[in-house]
Design a protein around this ligand. Structure first.
Ligand code: ADP
Ligand code: MG
Ligand code: ZN
Length: 481
């Protein structure tokens, strides 16, 4: 990348809210479903229907605004944004232009150890449009209105980003916060969180921003990274060749690894915004805001700090565990029950992380009962099972939702701590492996590990490793003296 230019970016992020029903009617917001089954006259914009505002949407917006350090607009209202598109049967989208519900916020990010604040210009409420489904096989385009009227928040940042890494850090943080607040599931692959990236370049040191382009509906971090690199390079080349960047909307094609012009500002639509006449302005009371503040859940950053200072986790472990609300929940509840944060942390960081990656499960889909983790840790720390067996039990909890105590009993996994049985076994293992004894006499200490392994195996992995080691050391010192 040409280092005599600086990249400047601002983001418009759309998130679908996880309310049960749509913003202006009672239809479900559930993702998928048979096309055109989650619809009614209101969300398909039949003549004469009247919208009714879902209060939950404003509540979620206020919660989000507070978490992103915004001012809440006490008197806000909706506006109509008029345009025709087949996925928008009403030919207008209800949105907020003049009085968005939140303004002047801030999100703090960190990239390579450097802290930075990203300004939030505004957050507004609006309705989603339907979806066009292109069927290349039959060469037709179909329309599915299920998504019409699903509530959205549009979070508009200031043009504060200077690198792709900052953009990713911001989106990650934003997603964490929204998921913790429970206002959106932020599933990028299902389109419930998508980002428009406005990007311009300017010579280093220049004060004025350059002309920007906008890449719409980006929904994977990998694609965002590549699209930013590509677009910055393209604009710099245009300027270097003496040309001018044209303000336009571009579509990123991840398969072709390139972006393509969609429409330029010359023919950009004039949306003819006007105040939405069918909806009353929304007044947000002081009590409402106070209530939202009082019921604000602990956010990931605060959790992370508390896990480190109060529960003794490392910064890295605390970071991983707080990266998903479900992991943090499991960690906290299990710790509450057993009082052993380190043990719970080790199980999550070791076994759970391994199983998640092996089975391709997302952290947000983890549904393990905290009590099972606490019971399992009890079994381990009370010496009822050894740590290796503990891993096996954890896997059974993860995969088959077993109940640890009865599983251990049924499978006969209780630790063998019967010294005479261990002695008997060790003697037999020594007798069966004269070669190892020769090796040990010749100073090859590795042979001891083999004998431990054989003893464990003979006891089906259930022995107390400390007892095995102790007995073996005693027997060997007799032989080797
Ligand atoms: P519009 O109304 O055309 O969408 P906005 O002023 O709302 O334009 O800006 C949209 C987004 O573009 C914001 O996130 C803003 O920070 C960003 N932006 C504005 N100007 C620039 C620029 N010159 N370079 C990069 N980003 C910009
Ligand atoms: Mg905009
Ligand atoms: Zn409806």
């Amino acid at each position: 990348m040409n280092t005599s230019y600086e990249v400047v970016m601002g983001l418009e992020v759309h998130v679908e809210l996880s309310t049960k029903s749509k913003i202006f009617c009672g239809c479900t917001t559930e993702f998928g479903g048979e096309p055109n089954t989650h619809v009614c006259p209101v969300c398909t914009g039949m003549p004469g229907v009247l919208p009714m505002m879902n209060k939950k949407v404003a509540e979620f917006a206020v919660r989000t605004g507070l978490a992103l350090n915004c001012d809440i607009t006490r008197k806000n209202k909706f506006d109509r944004k008029n345009y025709f598109y087949p996925d928008l049967p009403k030919a207008y989208q209800v949105s907020q232009l003049y009085f968005p519900i939140c303004r002047n916020g801030r999100v703090d990010i960190e990239v390579d150890g450097v802290q930075k604040s990203i300004g939030i210009h505004e957050i507004h409420m609006e309705e989603d449009a339907g979806k066009l489904v292109h069927d290349p096989w039959d060469d037709v385009t179909l329309v599915d209105y299920n998504r019409c009227g699903v509530p959205l928040l549009e979070i508009v940042s200031e043009p504060d980003f200077r690198s792709a890494d900052e953009v990713i850090a911001y989106l990650t943080k934003l997603r964490d916060i929204l998921m913790y607040l429970g206002v959106s599931d932020c599933k990028m692959q299902e389109g419930s969180m998508r980002a428009d990236i406005n990007l311009s370049v300017r010579p280093m040191g220049q004060k004025e921003f350059g002309t920007r382009t906008e890449m719409k509906n980006m929904n994977s971090f990998k694609a965002i990274h590549r699209a930013i690199q590509y677009e910055a390079k393209r604009q710099i080349e245009v300027i270097e060749e003496g040309g001018k960047v044209v303000q336009q909307t571009r579509r990123w094609d991840d398969n072709k690894d390139a972006s393509f012009a969609m429409r330029s500002k010359e023919n950009a639509q004039d949306y003819r915004y006007f105040p939405e006449p069918d909806l009353l302005p929304i007044e947000i009371s002081e009590e409402w805001i106070q209530n939202a503040k009082d019921t604000m859940p602990e956010l990931p950053e605060a959790k992370r700090a508390r896990y480190i200072s109060e529960l003794g986790l490392s910064e890295y472990d605390a970071g991983v565990i707080t990266s998903a609300r479900e992991l943090a929940f499991l960690f906290e509840k299990a710790t509450e029950l057993c009082g052993k944060p380190k043990e719970v942390c080790n199980l999550i960081m070791g076994e759970l992380m391994r199983l998640l990656s092996e089975t391709g499960t997302l952290p947000e889909d983890v549904k393990i009962e905290p009590k099972k983790i606490s019971d399992l840790i009890g079994l381990i720390t009370e010496g009822k099972i050894n740590r290796n067996v503990g891993k096996e039990v954890f896997e059974a909890i993860f995969k088959d939702d077993v109940e640890p105590v009865s599983y251990v009993n049924e499978k006969g996994l209780i630790m063998v701590d019967d010294v005479s049985l261990v002695e008997e076994t060790v003697e037999k293992v020594i007798a069966d492996n004269p070669k190892s004894i020769e090796d040990l006499k010749a100073g090859k200490d590795k042979a001891k590990g083999f004998l431990v392994g054989q003893t464990m195996k003979a006891l089906k992995g259930k022995a107390n490793p400390q007892t095995v080691n102790k007995v073996l050391n005693e027997k060997l010192s007799e032989i080797l003296k």
